[in-house]
Each structure stands twice: as C-alpha cells, then as structure tokens.
Design a protein around this ligand. Structure first.
Ligand SMILES: Nc1ncnc2c1ncn2[C@@H]1O[C@H](COP(=O)(O)OP(=O)(O)OP(=O)(O)O)[C@@H](O)[C@H]1O
Ligand SMILES: [Mg+2]
Length: 449
C-alpha cells in the first residue's frame, strides 16, 4: 500500500529535506508551508499521516494536531518539537500525537516511527474496508460470502425461493445449511407463514412419527390429548427437515406420501389431512451413498432434491475468511464490551492457513474465544486456540544471499530461540544440536542470558 505523508513546517529546508527522506523510504510526500495550508491539504481526504512542526506562526502545530485528531481519527500525527522543550512534547502526546521527535530530526528514527505508524494505519484501513464490504452487498440474508462459490449458492437460493420446489441442502457440518434454509423461506411467498424446524437426529424413532404427523388422544400410552404434528403446523409455510439422512424407512414412506399426495394421518387417527408446505431438507451425509446402500429410499431422495444446493466447505472458499473474521470480531467485541479494532498479521495468516474442519461454526467459536482472551485492542496469535496457532504458524527465516556461514548460523539460532520464546532445550532439539553446543555458541556471542 502506498501511503501519503504530509509534512508541515514553515522552514523550507526542513520541509523539503524531510519530504525527500520520506520519498526515499517509498512514501508519497506532500508539503505545506503553514498550518492553514496543511489543514486544507488534509481536508482533501487522502493523507495517511501528518508530520508537523509545533512552533509556526498563526495556525500552530498544536492546532493542527487537535484538528486532525478530532476530524480524521486514524490519521496519525507526528510532532516535531524544539530541542529541550519537554513540556510541549508532553502536551502534544496528551493531545493525541502518535509520537514526537526533537529537532534536529534524526532521519533513521523518523523512518522507524513512520513505519510503525503506517503499519497501524494499514490495519485500521483494512478493517474499515472489510466493514464497508460487510455493510454493502457482500452479505446476503445474514449469510456472509463474497467468494464465487457463495455467490453461486446465493443465486440458487434466489431461484429456489421463487419456485415451489422442494430443496435439498447438502454440505459438511457447520457450513451454514440452516442459514440457507432461513434465506429460502424468507425470500419466498411463504415468508409470512411459519417455518417449522425438525431436528431429525435429535428425535428417537418412536417419537419422530408423532412429532412429524401428530397423534390422536389415546394413540399410545402417554398420549393424553390430541397433538398436532409439525407438518400441520407448517401448513402454508415451509418445513425444515434437518439431518434427513437419520430418518428410518417407515417414516420415509410417510414423508414420501406427503410429498406426492400432500396427505397424511395423525398417529392413531383415521381422518386424512391435507397439507400445503414446502419441504427444505438438509443433510451432511452423502445421501446418494445411503440410497446405494438401501438405507434411504431412492424415490424419496429424488423428490427431495428437485433443487439441490451444495454449500462448499470453508477451506474451498478461503476468500470468505477475512470478511467472516471481521463480522464475528465486531459481534463478539460488542457482546463482551471490548474495544478490539482488528487482528494482527500473524494471527490473520494463521486463521487463513488453517483447514477449518468444523467450518464456519468452528471459526465463529474461535473468534469468540479469541475476543475473550484478548487483552489489548488487537487479536494476536497468542489469543487463538493452540491447535490453530500452532498448526499453521510455520515461521520463515530468510537468509540473504552472500551472508557469511557464521552469521547465518547465528541468525538461525537466534530466530529459532525467539520462536520458542527463549526455551533453549527446545531450540536445541528442533535444530538437532546438543544443548551444550547451543550454550557454548550463545556464550561466544555474549547472549547467554
Ligand atoms: N456464511 C455465513 N455467514 C455468517 N455466519 C455463518 C455463515 N455460515 C454459517 N454461519 C454461522 O455458523 C454457525 C453454523 O451454521 P449452521 O447451523 O447453519 O450450519 P449447518 O450447516 O446447519 O451445520 P450442521 O450440519 O452442524 O447442523 C451458525 O451460528 C451460523 O450462524
Ligand atoms: Mg444445522
């Protein structure tokens, strides 16, 4: 990312000297010779960072600082103070300066402060851009997904919603099948009628029939009153049969009859009831396999999957991860009353590399626990569950060509030591060298502690 830096100083030499130094560091530098012109330049909206002298005629650096921090939060201001004026530096920090440097400016020091400030700014901008994407069209009926795969799913959902067809939603656990079902119902003409959900796996074989179709008084022991079933309750609306693969053959036949004739009887009843409902079924099993194995009726299978919507696993649509992270982060930060503005690069990259076997549900849980663990304003690698931070944090050590063997060795050892948080035995183990050797080398380099 190319950053625009504005330098405000009434002394021409300093102004131009700093601008040149910033250009050499790879930034776009702009200059203003007084506070008034500086503020006008900032108002144009594309300045990412301001470096301002403190003492200037008319509009002072302090006024610039106050105005920029008030009107452009997120644009860091670095203040240049005269030598020995500690008080004004303290004041500047109190007024929200990102940092201060005393004149004459040490250019290396300036470059470092600017680098730090722009990195922070980059995170804020990234977060803001993702927020904006979230607020715009990238979320569909509360389902986040800008990947081509999810755009295809959304298209299918719209078509299915507009039709009367039954829908079969397939996909691994946690990919969002229930959200898809909600979307189909909410976008359909049945949206003002009930959407009744049946979690088939949670019901015992004996219960499921009376749950679905209801029962008459006295139909079985314990049936003290007549009870309407879920199909009756879903009349005019939709019924969601979650984990349909768990239903036994006996009930499969009855569901098939509802599909074909729109008719059924309550358990223990003789009266035939009519029902008009759309069936939306979901499964994380491979129903085709189940049909081959004769565990699932073929005729039912084909009637359920008039429209089939397959929701791909998260690892096949990783572009959706950043947006999901941002959304869950805002949600859980708010719920936990925490002021968390983003996530640092290492944590973001770990989340990106992980394979997410539990899909979005797992990512959601991971973000909730990260928010709870987080002590600062940014999620870091340490806040993530160990299986995610470890599995994916392959650290890289880059050795420049032409580096002396001895220096390369030192670099490898020191960086591994850092990765292992200073644990010498562990470092010796990973590098496959003796502990004594490691100690001797550290002694040689004078870093044994
Ligand atoms: N694209 C998405 N955007 C936002 N939240 C999502 C998305 N997909 C799933 N979620 C959230 O992830 C969790 C799991 O989703 P859901 O219950 O719909 O998955 P499922 O496919 O039905 O899983 P299972 O097969 O285990 O029942 C829910 O809390 C849901 O809100
Ligand atoms: Mg589900």
């Amino acid at each position: 990312m190319q950053f625009n830096i504005l330098i405000i100083d009434d002394e021409k030499n300093i102004r131009e000297g700093l601008a040149e130094a910033m250009e050499l560091e790879g930034y776009n530098a702009f200059t203003a010779e007084n506070g008034k012109l500086g503020l006008e330049r900032v108002a144009q909206g594309d300045i990412d960072l301001v470096i301002t002298d403190l003492r200037m005629p008319e509009v002072t650096g302090e006024q610039v600082l106050k105005k920029v921090t008030a009107e452009n939060p997120g644009v860091p201001v670095i203040v240049l103070t005269g030598h020995g004026s500690i008080d004004s530096a303290v004041d500047a920090m109190r007024n929200g300066a990102y940092d201060f440097l005393t004149k004459p400016v040490n250019l290396d020091e300036l470059a470092m402060v600017v680098k730090r400030a722009t990195q922070g700014r980059e995170l804020i901008l990234q977060h803001r851009q993702l927020q904006e994407e979230l607020n715009s069209s990238k979320s569909f009926e509360n389902i986040i997904g800008k990947s081509a795969e999810m755009q295809k799913v959304f298209n299918l959902v719209k078509k299915a919603a507009a039709s009367k067809a039954n829908v079969l939603i397939t996909g691994e656990s946690g990919v969002g099948k229930e959200l898809i079902c909600n979307a189909i119902h909410n976008l359909s003409q049945r949206k003002d009628k009930p959407l009744v959900k049946v979690h088939c796996a949670a019901l015992t074989e004996s219960l499921i029939e009376s749950e679905l179709f209801g029962h008459e008084k006295g139909a079985f022991t314990g049936a003290a009153t007549m009870q309407r079933g879920r199909f009756e309750l879903a009349d005019g609306g939709s019924i969601f049969l979650d984990e349909i693969g768990e239903i036994n053959q006996n009930v499969q036949i009855k569901i098939l009859r509802v599909l074909q004739e729109k008719k059924f009887e309550r358990v223990g009843g003789t009266q035939t009831l009519d029902v008009d409902t759309r069936i939306i079924a979901a499964t994380n099993r491979n129903l085709e396999e189940e049909v081959k194995e004769k565990r699932f009726r073929e005729d039912l299978y084909y009637r359920l999957k008039v429209v089939e919507i397959h929701v791909p696993p998260l690892r096949e649509r990783k572009e959706d991860i950043p947006l999901l992270i941002t959304s869950f982060l805002s949600k859980f930060a708010e719920e936990n009353g925490k002021d968390i503005t983003g996530i640092d690069e290492r944590a973001r990259s770990a989340l990106y590399k992980y394979s997410w076997p539990g899909n979005i549900r797992e990512l959601q849980n991971c973000m909730e626990s990260a928010v709870v663990m987080c002590e600062g304003t940014k999620i870091t690698l340490d806040d993530l569950p160990p299986n995610i931070s470890q599995a994916s944090s392959e650290e890289v050590i880059q050795i420049p060509a032409g580096m002396k063997m001895e220096d390369a060795e030192k670099m490898i050892i020191m960086q591994n030591l850092a990765i292992n948080k200073g644990n010498k035995s562990k470092t010796a183990d990973v590098l496959g060298i003796g502990r004594k050797t490691l100690h001797r080398k550290l002694d040689e380099w004078g870093v044994s502690d």
